[in-house]
Design a protein. Structure first.
Length: 117
């Protein structure tokens, strides 16, 4: 059974920081491309950042320089360090795993991030 379990969300003031974690089980984590998506109320889900199985990273323009995606293969875990948070970062953040060959695609349940003063 495949599971992606996110944690680390919460309420933070503008300018603050949060670190999201996604612990996976049931997949060969090191083979998967991993990503963080987010979905704000009334908006479509969007790709925030991704990291390939070999460690190549990409970010959406609005988070470059503020967010850092990383993965730890020994813990089968994906992280998103979020600094200098803004109101517009408020969303549910989802962990995603995609196998680059089979295209098997898995999602976590999401974790809420709220930036508010």
């Amino acid at each position: 059974q495949v599971q992606l379990v996110e944690s680390g969300g919460g309420l933070v003031q503008p300018g603050g920081s949060l670190r999201l974690s996604c612990v996976t089980s049931g997949i060969a984590f090191s083979l998967y491309d991993m990503a963080w998506y987010r979905q704000a109320p009334g908006k479509q889900r969007e790709l925030v950042a991704d990291v390939s199985s070999i460690g190549t990273t990409k970010y959406m323009d609005s988070v470059k320089g503020r967010f850092t995606i990383s993965r730890e293969h020994l813990k089968n875990a994906l992280y998103l360090q979020m600094n200098s948070l803004k109101f517009e970062d408020t969303a549910v953040y989802y962990c995603n795993a995609v196998h680059p060959w089979t295209k098997a695609n898995y999602w976590g349940q999401g974790t809420q991030v709220t930036v508010s003063s």
